[in-house]
Design a protein around this ligand. Structure first.
Ligand code: PLP
Ligand SMILES: N[C@@H](CCOP(=O)(O)O)C(=O)O
Length: 460
């Protein structure tokens, strides 16, 4: 399997190289040259998650990892999950299901991919003897998942940039309380978009990139997207695929999770529609309905992990919608630097053929947390509530809807308590998080300062 950049000017790579590279050297994102068809989808029914994962992932990893290596990595990745099904499906209402993706160690869907690429990185680095510096940008969940997956490794440093004051206290403590010497939590002035912009600047500085062996574990890394395809497949199959169509609604920010759904669809899983659910930061909803991707201000919300304007993986969706025209993508991304771009009619039609969208206000989010508690007794996190509201607006008789429950409610106790008067408990393995000392460095939104800090702190 060969991987190409959305901007068409970076080397074509195999899976292992694409995973270790992260952002392509031309600033683009790697994608498989062709999406393989998934054979015998019906035969996945009832299989353990790990077995299904191997069948879904293998065609993409090619000969980068032997069958034994990949199976071992998958087994180790998911053994710590607190639910035997890994991604259990529960019913919210007739025809509407919730895919629970928060049973991993850091209580968010990120663990599915991060735990797996953590294992694959370790195999690849042990083979090459390479040392790397991971830099990640987070609005709260990617950071803790990355730290959990890479903490304590002697050949990896992990620097996580998060927007100061704009993540929940639990999210912050998940990043600042691990005491491993290779973990560096950096609180930056600004929004998540600023953190992500600095990260991309570091990648685009080729001298620095090569000097520190820079690697990225945000969803700009194809490996992250790849691992997330699996739960679309397993959940669709458990509701009747390949013989029955399903819809998915996905709380969306950086577009990585929902893009994994579109790859599952391209592999032959009968996904009729992928519904993008945004909070008040609704740039994706506006883009998909009007064809105009125009940046505005970020408004902090009670679903902070989705407070974003520059949605990185939308570039991958655009690349596919433009029929793989890398020149067109380069042009759009240049225009984005000046504030936004217009999507061509043909590409917008291609996007609208698979994606629908909706936007949820702060009050509606709170109301939905309350409604679900009253109707089902379940407590959902604010991101999931955004998804459930949009899903309800898109339910259609005869087509089951699966909404992704992307985080555990205990990561956002203030928002949940404000809605239902209950503070959700953290699982026992995190019970001491409020007692542990925090280690965090305040950093300016400045690339030179960031580079100096990384050079000074890294131990790998
Ligand atoms: C809890 C939660 N829900 C939804 C999202 C949005 O996912 P994506 O950025 O892949 O669109 C995020 C952040 O990525 C998140 O942390
Ligand atoms: N919501 C994310 C933002 C980064 O997304 P990623 O999927 O590109 O890593 C977060 O929680 O950090």
């Amino acid at each position: 399997m060969r991987y190409v950049s959305t901007r068409g000017e970076a080397p074509v790579l195999n899976f292992e190289q694409a995973m270790l590279t992260g952002l392509a050297r031309d600033g683009g994102l790697y994608l498989p040259e062709t999406v393989p068809a998934l054979s015998d989808i019906g035969a996945l029914e009832g299989l353990p998650y790990e077995v299904a994962a191997f069948r879904v992932l293998k065609p993409f990893t090619g000969d980068s990892f032997s069958d034994e290596e990949l199976q071992g990595a998958i087994a180790r990745a998911y053994q710590g999950f607190r639910h035997v099904a890994r991604a259990p499906l529960t019913q919210l209402a007739p025809g509407h299901h919730l895919l629970e993706l928060f049973h991993g160690p850091t209580l968010a869907f990120k663990d599915f991919a991060m735990q797996l690429i953590g294992q694959l990185f370790q195999i690849a680095l042990a083979r090459s003897g390479q040392r790397i510096t991971i830099v990640g940008a987070t609005s709260g969940d990617t950071g803790s998942a990355a730290i959990e997956a890479f903490r304590g490794l002697s050949n990896v440093d992990v620097f996580i940039l998060f927007p100061h004051g704009r993540v929940s206290e639990v999210q912050r403590r998940q990043m600042t309380t691990p005491d491993d010497a290779n973990v560096h939590a950096l609180a930056m002035d600004g929004h998540f978009d600023d953190c992500q912009a600095r990260l991309k600047d570091l990648f685009n500085d080729h001298a620095f990139r090569d000097q520190v062996g820079l690697a990225g574990v945000n969803s700009i890394n194809w490996g992250r997207v790849l691992a997330q395809i699996v739960y679309y497949v397993t959940s669709a199959v458990s509701l009747g695929a390949p013989y029955r169509e399903v819809d998915f609604t996905v709380p969306t920010g950086n577009f990585g999770d929902i893009f994994a759904g579109s790859i599952a669809r391209a592999m032959g899983v009968p996904i009729r529609r992928l519904v993008v659910a945004t909070n008040q930061n609704d740039i994706l909803h506006r883009a998909l309905t009007t064809g105009e991707y125009r940046m505005g201000e970020v408004h902090p919300s009670i679903s902070p992990s989705m407070d974003i304007q520059v949605s990185s993986n939308f570039e991958r969706a655009l690349f596919m919608a433009y029929g793989g025209d890398a020149g067109a993508i380069r042009q759009l991304m240049d225009e984005l630097k000046a504030g936004g771009f217009s999507i061509s009619q043909g590409a917008l039609q291609a996007l609208q053929d698979q994606y629908a969208s909706g936007r949820v206000s702060e009050d509606e989010t709170t109301a939905m947390i309350r409604t679900i508690r009253e109707e089902t007794g379940q407590i959902i996190c604010p991101h999931t509530a955004v998804g459930v509201q949009v899903a309800r607006d898109h339910l259609e008789p005869g087509v089951p809807m699966i909404t992704l429950a992307t985080a555990h409610p205990a990561k956002f106790p203030d928002a949940v308590e404000a809605a239902i008067g209950i503070r959700p408990d953290l699982p026992p393995h995190m019970a001491d998080i409020f007692d542990l000392p925090e280690r965090v460095t305040r950093v300016e939104n400045d690339n030179d300062a960031l580079k100096s800090l990384i050079l000074e702190r890294r131990i790998a």
